[in-house]
Each structure stands twice: as structure tokens, then as C-alpha cells.
Design a protein around this ligand. Structure first.
Ligand code: ZN
Length: 96
């Protein structure tokens, strides 16, 4: 289901989500993803390893996170794997 940046932000706060994994580095397997500040106002992206961009966490915003989230939803990507969606649900817990 498509979510707005505000919905995702509210959910992260409620569920106290600290990490939204996006993908594993193809070279070293490090799980890259979004990390959140203690108050969930600020969002960063942890590229994790030094293989591509270096290990710094770079600042992003909730709109960019929502864009990532939504492009992996069936409405935007009908071929998305159900296992992937199940794992995503475990992180975001919208359906629990
Ligand atoms: Zn790597």
C-alpha cells in the first residue's frame, strides 16, 4: 500500500523503529538503509561500508524514504516479491 511521508514518520515513532533496511551491499553484504534520530525528526541513510560511497551516514528526508518505500509496493511494482513485502511488514508493522 502506498504511504505518505507523514504516515511513515508517525508509524516509525509509534513503533520506535530505528532502522529501515533497504538493500545489502552487493560486494560485502552490509545491510544499508535508513536510520532515524531519537525523535524521528531527522532521517539519515547509512551506506554502511566503504565499497561505494564511503561509510558516512548522509542526511535524507522523509519524502525520500517514502519514495523508496512506495516504489517497492505492488501498486508501483506489480512484480514485487511477497516475501519482500512480508519482511517489510515486519519492519513497519502496519498490519500487526
Ligand atoms: Zn560493501
Amino acid at each position: 500500500m502506498i504511504r505518505t511521508a507523514e504516515e511513515l514518520k508517525a508509524q516509525a515513532k509509534i513503533k520506535k523503529i530505528t532502522f529501515y533496511p533497504v538493500h545489502e551491499c552487493s560486494m560485502c553484504g552490509y545491510m544499508c538503509g535508513y536510520v532515524f534520530a531519537n525523535d524521528w525528526e531527522a532521517v539519515g541513510y547509512d551506506a554502511g561500508c566503504d565499497c561505494t560511497y564511503g561509510s558516512q551516514v548522509e542526511m535524507r528526508d522523509w519524502n525520500s524514504l517514502a519514495e523508496t518505500y512506495n516504489m517497492n509496493q505492488p501498486e508501483r511494482n506489480p512484480k514485487i516479491d511477497q516475501k519482500f513485502l512480508d519482511d517489510l511488514d515486519k519492519i513497519w508493522q502496519f498490519n500487526l
